[in-house]
Design a protein around this ligand. Structure first.
Ligand code: PA5
Length: 430
């Protein structure tokens, strides 16, 4: 179960403030549960967990197994909520330097011509045995019309059709139930289609086929991931204290004028996960002049970079650390071959986990003393079950906290502004 440690942050607020915020958080939580808040048509991320579609989970697992047997490369083509969740889970659970099955690559998440050109060149490079790589493409777009994704899909789709006779089965589309250009293409070409439920928004969609297919292709057990999330939903009423306290703290930081929430972890495996949290919270809360900027930090790396600013810069920063309790690796510091020339023998036999943990606790201490409220969000072990729990915890937390700000957590009206300006510059008709 996800738990939180807010001892450091509590030093920056009064007991009364916390009690009032707790009440407000309870009201916001009820709005989510009762579907009485803004944007309540978009609560499908809870519905899918309360009525699990086991047939779909099985279908995705079987399809992914077939792809894993045949593919060298699997490309996820999507942007925003259509790719951050898959990237987060795959980075967290797969080996760093080896592929556990097909190599999973991402496209359609920006408009870099260099990236796309080099990606296609990479696809074209034959394998060591001279054979063409076996490439699959999963285009993911709820609207079916997002330019970044649509452009990359156009280029990659052409390449796949040119390169393989069985192109149709290599292209898989994940999109809204109907409408949109992508649905037209699917109908014409007969590609396999997975549906993103109408009532699930992009950034809340990792536990739909949006995230589940790429995650399963990467060899990760999606049943355990999904049911990890289900277990939190089932017990949320009686176990909601952590969620309510965390929402209360972040709300108080917001109300006190803090501007930045540095979301970090001491596990590089979680850098993709913190990016998913950033997108989820940022796109949900940043409206009507409200919101804490969710900045990312990967520790201890960034203690040698923005760490200076966090420690001694402008005091408008709140910090959230995602912590994994149990060691991710059992590596220990080796015995020195000769004299203690590097002066590190005091660490001989210590595990890297223990050393990393000292860096974490030392950082919490130093940052708190330097005027930074720190909140730890803790899971026990880095596995499918716990990540599933953390995913739903954050989805629910985001909805509750954003309701406390009295804005709609499920829309993103501001995203249209850059699109309108860009389309005008590109001379698009409508
Ligand atoms: O959370 C959201 O709704 C957005 O981040 C979308 O996921 C993103 O804009 C991509 O949209 P689409 O899936 O329609 O291509």
């Amino acid at each position: 179960m996800v738990h939180i440690d807010i001892e450091s942050a509590k030093r920056f607020i009064t007991t009364d403030e916390f009690a009032d915020a707790n009440q407000k958080a309870e009201t916001a939580y009820r709005q989510v549960v009762e579907g009485s808040g803004q944007g309540s048509d978009w609560l499908g991320w809870r519905r899918i967990l309360s009525e699990p579609n086991d047939a779909e989970l099985e279908e995705i697992t079987d399809h992914a197994t077939r792809i894993r047997e045949d593919a060298d490369l699997f490309i996820v083509c999507g942007i925003g909520g259509s790719y951050t969740g898959a990237m987060a889970v795959i980075k967290a659970l797969n080996p760093v330097f080896r592929n556990n099955g097909p190599e999973v690559l991402f496209a359609g998440h920006h408009m870099s011509g260099k990236y796309l050109k080099e990606l296609i060149e990479y696809l074209e490079e034959p394998k060591a045995d001279g054979e063409l790589k076996s490439v699959y493409l999963n285009v993911i777009s709820k609207s079916g019309s997002t330019l970044e994704t649509a452009l990359a899909f156009r280029m990659l789709r052409s390449w796949i059709h040119k390169s393989y006779e069985d192109a149709d089965r290599r292209i898989i589309a994940t999109t809204g139930p109907s409408g949109g250009v992508l649905n037209k293409i699917i109908e014409e070409e007969g590609y396999k289609k997975y549906i993103i439920p109408e009532d699930v928004g992009g950034r809340y969609s990792v536990l739909t086929p949006v995230g589940l297919l790429p995650i399963a292709v990467a060899g990760i057990d999606i049943q355990r991931l999904f049911y990890g999330a289900v277990s939190v939903l089932e017990q949320e009423k009686k176990n909601r204290k952590a969620l309510i306290d965390y929402a209360s703290i972040r709300y108080l930081m917001h109300e006190k004028g803090y501007a930045v929430d540095v979301i970090g972890s001491f596990e590089p495996e979680l850098n993709g996960f913190t990016a998913w949290i950033q997108q989820l919270i940022g796109e949900s809360e940043g409206k009507e002049g409200k919101g804490l900027y969710p900045a990312l930090a990967g520790f201890s790396t960034d203690l040698h970079s923005v760490g200076q600013l966090i420690q001694e810069g402008r005091r408008n920063i709140f910090e959230t650390l995602i912590v994994v309790e149990k060691p991710i690796s059992n590596l220990v510091v080796n015995r020195s071959d000769g004299e203690d020339i590097d002066q590190l023998s005091y660490l001989t036999g210590k595990s890297f986990h223990e050393i990393n943990r000292s860096a974490l606790e030392g950082t919490v201490q130093a940052h708190s003393e330097g005027g930074i409220p720190v909140c730890k969000v803790v899971i026990n072990i880095l596995n499918e079950q716990n990540l599933g729990e953390l995913i739903y915890f954050y989805e629910l937390f985001t909805a509750v906290y954003v309701y406390m700000l009295e804005v709609n957590p499920f829309n993103q009206p501001g995203v249209e502004d850059y699109k309108k300006a860009m389309y005008r510059l590109l001379g698009k008709d409508n």
